[in-house]
Design a protein around this ligand. Structure first.
Ligand code: AHR
Length: 864
């Protein structure tokens, strides 16, 4: 087993933490900045703990809290972990909407459950918790905000040992940092702290209006500062209790020995792929080419949202949803009724698109709609792409006569030499008088490979840049539905789009299902990917589930039918249906995933549900490999899907997760992962966390056979996204890849086909991660090095084996001035890879990696 840098770091950290700290009476020495409150807990008796800051914020002891031997000074607050035992200052001490620091020495009496050492009450929830978390058993500086990523210690504390904890909230940077023993453990960004309105508590928190999280152990030397202490001040505060604390270790040179003589296991040929679901307007308003939002008027049953009445010259007009005029033979049950009054000017309706209609020069747009009219109304209807005030018309066309029957109409629009803009609307109007109805109003630009009902070109090209090998579809939570009725029902997503009713998605908006099962498969075909087919498995997000047995059987049959639609030849029922839908050739399929994140199913039904699907699929398709979404005991899944969302620092810590993984169990599919930092797309620091993690997956790709980032697509317009951190951002007109996107492209393009054993030795504060692979045909070695530290990292590299190394290598480097640097629509290339040629490559050579950098070296070799 290779020893990774993370393993070394973890070992160093653990050893440091294992040093027993004897309780030593010390005189407390506050640092330069003065605390607003300072509880030394040196009273040792009574029920009052005085405030040594001189500000008069004494704390009262409640319940069975008392006194014990202190680390700083003679005594500390003893906390028995029983309900109602804590100490409390009657008021908030720091304004938690501004920068503040909270520091304390803590000794944990037991692991288990949430235990809060210091907090300030908000109305129903503490405004911060300096705590041991019950879900991870890690120390955490929990500042409530709108997402689940928290600054955590990365380790479970040892019972009975003193640790110095400091939480620093920087209101300007919107960051929350946790320091342990004077060393920064983690920082999270985009944090907005709520206001403290009640007491400051030691030994408890507040949650859902109740006093909770009663700590078991001891707390000493609690300080609250009305400012964000610098790292050096945090260390100074910690050193009051333990002068031996050194703070972060400097980065020291590392050594990497690569054994080119004994290639290891193969790199999984399908390691790098994609995961998709309808979230953040990834499909409607994203990849799916359709430009009209609410084209079938079903997004909101009470109003024609995204449509507005156009009344040039103030001409009378009206529009309303109408469910009395369904189009026979289709799923179009709601239409838009438009009434135009008499006048010289036009009356019509305008659609604002998905945050604008993209206008490009010399472009062709295809309009398709259903229309019918009241007797006497003949039209014509004009269709145009124009500025929001109608003053500039970019393209115009006409639909001639319409009559009192629903009929489909098509027209093409062409733009001239216009300036690109997304500040445009699509208008259907008339100068005639009377009433007409519209349904399924569609506007398509050119699509990738000119597929009808196809995909947006720039997003397809960006994804192609990742050279993905598979697509996990169609989710994610989107597969499950919020309720069973709202699950992804593949049979309603195929055939003519007019026959697809669409359905409520799980992320707060309706899915048109215009990009349905066949379009997912064609997308795979277009990018050379294989589908990883997620099938609905009887569990939905509101917790409802279908019990295994006869009730589940229709869902199992649905999955078998779906597999037949994908793989069956045209002589099969569903293969014939696919052929009728326009794709006679079956698609390749090897992996079927049963559900999504079924560890959320508290009923325990997944084991039985998985078994029923597994048995039926294996009986009908023994060649297929079946993926479970959580541990099951009844069957041995071929593959287990694991999901990870965490801070960049946590991903660094997890990078060695699979180094010592069971090689005899199911293979692993990391079906979703992302370092969460930066919104709406990740910054360089998140890319560093992702890169560190990916080195561990690539090195262990005998076990981890597939990996996919999630979510991959986000429409960055305000109101369009639901998830904070996504790989590729876009609006109606433009798109860009985040730093993590570029990192993943670098990794995937240099995957190699075999792993070379390598031993990394690091000391000091190195945050260095590596993976070495080779293309066994050409002999080229791909060396991936990730330096997550903020200082340069020297590495001494040795290549052993009977190979001749070229003296020149290509290096592709992704870095920037600050780890918080990122790409945006207006600055898409701030953090992009740069290639250069390295000379002086030899069997041993030295390389210094820039701070916060991701690097891939392509080293040509020849056998001697
Ligand atoms: O990727 C976003 C969501 O995260 C997915 O829908 C779900 O599977 C996970 O919880």
């Amino acid at each position: 087993m290779m020893r990774s840098s993370t393993a070394t770091l973890t070992l160093t950290l653990s050893l440091a933490l294992l040093c027993i700290r004897a309780a030593r009476p010390l005189r407390a020495q506050p640092p330069g900045s003065s605390p607003a409150a300072y509880l030394t807990f040196d009273e040792g008796a009574g029920t009052v703990a005085n405030d040594a800051s001189g500000n008069g914020h004494a704390a009262a002891l409640f319940g069975a809290s008392g006194w014990t031997a202190g680390l700083v000074g003679s005594s500390a607050l003893a906390l028995p972990g029983t309900v109602g035992s804590y100490a409390e200052i009657a008021t908030p001490i720091v304004d938690t909407t501004q920068s503040f620091t909270v520091a304390a020495w803590v000794k944990v009496g037991r692991i288990g459950g949430y235990q809060t050492f210091v907090s300030e009450d908000g109305d129903t929830l503490s405004s911060f918790f300096l705590q041991l978390r019950g879900d991870t058993n890690q120390f955490s500086f929990t500042v409530p905000y709108d997402f689940f990523v928290l600054a955590q210690s990365g380790f479970t504390p040892v019972v009975g040992r003193w640790y110095h904890l400091a939480g620093v909230y920087d209101a300007a940077a919107r960051s929350a940092s946790l320091y342990v023993d004077g060393v920064l453990a983690d920082t999270v960004y985009s944090v907005v702290a709520g206001a403290a309105t009640g007491p400051t508590a030691v030994g408890r928190g507040k949650f859902a209006g109740n006093k909770v999280d009663f700590a078991n152990g001891a707390v000493d030397d609690v300080r609250l500062y009305p400012s964000a202490l610098a790292a050096s001040d945090v260390l100074a505060v910690a050193r009051v209790g333990d002068p031996g604390l050194t703070g972060p270790l400097p980065v020291a040179p590392a050594a990497l020995e690569i054994d080119a003589a004994h290639p290891g296991h193969a790199v999984s040929p399908i390691l790098n792929g994609l995961m998709i679901e309808e979230i953040n307007h990834a499909l409607d308003g994203g990849l799916y080419g359709e430009l009209i939002q609410n084209r079938a008027f079903r997004d909101d049953p009470s109003a024609p949202v995204h449509w507005a009445l156009v009344q040039d010259g103030g001409t009378a007009g009206a529009m309303a949803l109408d469910t009395t005029q369904p189009i026979p033979g289709t799923a179009l049950t709601t239409s838009l009724r438009v009434t135009a009054g008499a006048g010289k000017h036009r009356v019509g309706v305008a659609n604002d698109g998905f945050w604008g209609i993209p206008v490009k020069p010399h472009a062709t747009y295809r309009v398709a709609l259903f229309a019918k009219a009241s007797p006497g109304f003949r039209g014509p209807l004009t269709v145009s792409i124009e500025s929001p005030d109608g003053a500039t018309v970019y393209a115009r066309g006409q639909i001639g006569k319409i009559d009192d029957q629903w009929r489909p109409y098509r027209v093409r629009l062409h733009t001239g030499p216009v300036r690109p803009t997304a500040d445009a609307r699509f208008v259907i109007a008339t100068r005639d008088t009377g009433t007409f109805w519209l349904d399924q109003v569609s506007l398509f630009p050119a699509t990738f490979r000119n597929r009808p009902n196809g995909n947006r070109i720039d997003l397809m090209e960006l994804m192609a840049g990742l050279v993905p090998t598979f697509l996990r579809l169609p989710g994610g939570n989107f597969l499950e539905g919020t309720t069973i009725a709202d699950r992804f029902q593949w049979k309603t997503t195929i055939g003519p789009v007019a026959s697809r009713p669409g359905h409520p998605g799980t992320w707060g908006y309706r899915s048109s299902d215009g990009l349905g099962l066949l379009e997912y498969l064609e997308w795979c075909e277009d990018l050379g990917m294989v589908p990883v087919l997620g099938v609905y498995a009887g569990y939905s997000l509101n917790g409802s589930f279908v019990a295994p047995g006869p009730d589940l059987q229709p869902h199992v049959q649905d999955a078998l039918d779906e597999i037949e639609y994908v793989t069956g030849d045209p002589t099969t029922v569903w293969g014939a249906r696919r052929a009728a839908d326009g794709h006679p050739d079956p698609f390749p399929l090897e992996y079927v995933e049963i559900g999504n994140e079924d560890f959320f199913d508290g009923s325990g039904s997944y084991d039985g549900r998985f078994a029923q699907f597994y048995d039926a699929i294996k009986a009908a398709h023994p060649e297929l490999r079946v993926i479970a979404t959580t541990q099951v005991a009844s069957r041995t899944p071929d593959v287990l899907d694991e999901h990870f969302y965490n801070t960049p620092r946590a991903f660094q810590r997890m990078a060695s997760r699979y180094d010592s993984f069971d090689r005899n169990g199911p293979k692993i599919f990391v079906g979703e992962y992302a370092s969460i930092e930066g919104r709406p797309t990740p910054d360089l620091n998140a890319a560093l966390g992702d890169a560190a993690w990916l080195t561990g997956l690539e090195r262990n790709s005998d076990v981890v056979i597939m990996v996919a980032y999630a979510p991959i697509l986000v429409n960055v317009n305000p109101g369009a996204s639901q998830w904070p951190n996504n790989l590729i951002g876009y609006d109606a007109l433009r798109s860009y890849g985040s730093p993590s996107y570029h990192m993943q492209a670098m990794f995937a393009r240099h995957a190699g086909n075999v792993v070379l054993p390598a031993k990394l030795t690091t000391t000091g504060g190195s945050q260095l991660f590596h993976s070495v692979t080779q293309d066994s045909l050409s002999g080229t070695i791909f060396l991936k090095l990730v330096n997550c530290a903020g200082s340069p990292q020297p590495v001494h590299i040795t290549l052993t084996g009977s190979i001749k190394v070229s003296s020149r290598a290509k290096a592709v480097v992704l870095t920037s001035r600050s780890p918080q640097d990122t790409n945006t629509l207006s600055d898409p290339d701030r953090v992009v890879p740069r290639a250069r040629t390295l000379t002086g490559i030899a069997p041993t050579f030295d390389l210094t990696l820039p701070p916060s950098s991701i690097q891939v070296l392509e080293i040509p070799t020849h056998r001697r």
